[in-house]
Design a protein around this ligand. Structure first.
Ligand code: ZN
Length: 97
């Protein structure tokens, strides 16, 4: 069974708490983010990931897209189109596991 997100109202609350804990900044590059623009990343994704606070962190869109997680690949095309990442984005991919 793939991990499921909790109901939207619970997820929104969790996302806000993570953003507050991370002081409204991307935990990878430090960019300041509004609650609306922040991305809530699962540090461990897939089967082993949970929606617990300890497994969540705030990222900016760019860092989220560039994280070396195969589940994020679906975001690449839109990020390229929007100019969030450069055409040579492959050299910028990162991970911390
Ligand atoms: Zn960032």
């Amino acid at each position: 069974m793939p991990r499921r997100r909790p109901p939207p109202e619970i997820w929104e609350e969790r996302r806000r708490l993570v953003w507050e804990r991370d002081e409204g900044r991307c935990t990878h590059c430090g960019a300041p983010l509004t609650l609306e623009e922040c991305h809530c990343d699962h540090i461990r994704s897939g089967k082993l990931g949970t929606n617990e606070m300890v497994n969540l962190r705030t990222l900016c869109r760019r860092c989220h897209v560039l994280r070396a997680d195969i589940r994020h690949r679906g975001m690449i095309a839109a990020a390229l189109r929007d100019g969030i990442i450069p055409p040579d984005w492959r050299g910028l991919v990162w991970d911390d596991e």
